[in-house]
Design a protein around this ligand. Structure first.
Ligand SMILES: [Zn+2]
Length: 464
């Protein structure tokens, strides 16, 4: 039975993960993510899918991050009626993340329409609404790590822990039976070994083809000890300069790790000198979902998390649910450590905090994750002297720190180690990375492991 895998997204770029497996007349979609980045990139989310959504038999979702799951409501609205197979924690996280995404889409459309009305132009509709999200959620069929499930005739899925965010999965698909059986492994986003909170990514010993992400394929993260020291130094410097610290943070994953680290190193970093604000209803909800799945954490992290959730740690943590609570931070000149989304500064409450702090030399911005091209976060990382917020140009005087060691993605060494786990060295296709990162990773894997590696192109396919 011939199987073909076509790369429809996150091919030659980092977001919009979407790959189509066709086997024996059946079609399985791996991920259905939103394209994120600049305005022009995001406009592509409105394009028709390059396949008929009604013809898809099933979706397998690697994890809840919106660049992997964010077009599912659109897929369902466009005619998809099959099941969405995902880890139970992924389903729980998608419920809150997709609702939040719909809320943002509706807000965006309202804002745009106010401008269009003044110009006498026709109104636009939101990309999708909460109604579409609820319809998509009904399609979820949750599963656990280790479960094996037949999703279409002769194709079985087996999820392994990817160690990237709660519920994140390495997707192993077994096609056919007996001696003709072949396996395809899709990494989704690969996490890092030795990080707090989650388990290490599982190593799978054998596959016939592997599709692997390469976000940090050209970089090595600092070790955990160095990262811990680096964070401590930034906080110390911020205290000395009497400013605020802004942490643009991804609501799911990074925020929970940060809270965990703050609790763990509370004394060492003398965090009692700060008022810590978690200024994101989505991150607050996601933290609650993490708490429901403590059994998925690494064993060492479980007791501390339980104490954190019971309020025994971080007594100076404030959870800001309302917009009023968020706006009240605008007047604080020093001593506030604000965790707010979005992680790439492409919207959300962090924009308001940047407006009030980015031009002040005593303030600090701590970047904790990947910043896609075209985003404000990327401009800050690249050393922009000025940024524009709501049409107003502001100078960047705050100190911007990039703490790569907090990344939730494996670096070049981690990716190489994970691929090396496949002792039969199967053919490998790289996705989910900018060109430079994937070129460097490809060259490294060829040199180190003589890996048969290729880089996916959008619309390109492989057979197995
Ligand atoms: Zn991810």
């Amino acid at each position: 039975m011939k199987a073909t895998l076509t790369f429809h997204g996150a091919a030659g770029e980092v977001t919009g993960s979407c790959h189509l497996l066709e086997v024996g007349g059946r079609r399985v979609l791996l991920d259905c993510g939103l394209i994120q980045g600049g305005r022009r990139d995001e406009a592509r989310n409105r394009d028709a899918f390059p396949f008929d959504p009604a013809s898809i038999d099933a979706v397998v979702l690697s994890h809840a991050h919106i660049d992997h799951s964010g077009r599912l409501p659109l897929l369902v609205r466009s005619g998809f009626t099959g099941p969405i197979h995902a880890h139970s924690a992924t389903a729980d996280l998608c419920r809150i993340m997709l609702r939040d995404a719909a809320y943002l889409q509706e807000k965006d459309a309202q804002w745009e329409n106010r401008k269009r009305e003044r110009k006498g132009l026709k109104p636009v509709t939101p990309l999708y609404t909460n109604h579409d999200v609820e319809a998509a959620m009904e399609r979820f069929e949750p599963m656990e790590y280790g479960d094996v499930r037949e999703i279409v005739p002769d194709v079985r899925v087996h999820l392994h822990d990817a160690g990237h965010i709660l519920g994140s999965s390495l997707v192993e698909l077994t096609i056919g039976r007996g001696t003709k059986k072949r396996t395809l492994v899709f990494s989704g986003d690969l996490g890092r070994s030795g990080m707090p909170v989650l388990q290490d990514p599982e190593v799978i010993p054998k596959a016939d083809r592997v599709v692997m992400e390469g976000t940090y394929g050209d970089r090595l993260h600092r070790g955990w000890e160095e990262t811990r020291a680096e964070l401590g130094e930034v906080l110390e410097e911020a205290v000395a300069r009497e400013g605020n610290v802004l942490v643009p943070s991804f609501a799911v994953g990074r925020t929970q790790e940060l809270l965990f680290l703050f609790a763990k190193h509370f004394k060492e970093w003398r965090l009692d000198r700060w008022r810590i604000y978690l200024d994101s209803p989505l991150a607050i909800d996601a933290t609650e979902v993490y708490g429901r799945h403590v059994g998925l954490f690494d064993e060492a992290s479980r007791p501390l998390w339980v104490r954190l959730q019971n309020g025994a740690l971080l007594p100076n943590l404030h959870l800001n649910h309302t917009a009023e609570e968020s706006m009240a931070l605008n007047d604080i000149r020093s001593g506030a450590l604000i965790i707010a989304g979005s992680g790439m500064c492409s919207g959300g409450r962090i924009m308001h905090h940047l407006k009030h702090n980015v031009w002040r030399p005593e303030c600090h911005v701590v970047i904790t994750g990947f910043q896609a091209r075209g985003t404000l976060g990327r401009a800050l990382v690249d050393g922009a002297k000025h940024v524009r917020l709501w049409g107003e140009t502001m100078r960047v005087k705050a100190r911007v720190h990039t703490i790569g060691g907090l990344s939730a993605h494996a670096d070049q060494a981690g990716l190489t180690h994970w691929y090396a786990g496949f002792t039969n060295r199967p053919p490998l296709t790289l996705v989910h990375g900018e060109e430079d990162a994937l070129d460097a990773l490809s060259a490294h894997l060829k040199r180190m492991l003589k890996a048969p590696v290729a880089i996916a192109t959008r619309g390109g396919s492989v057979t197995l």
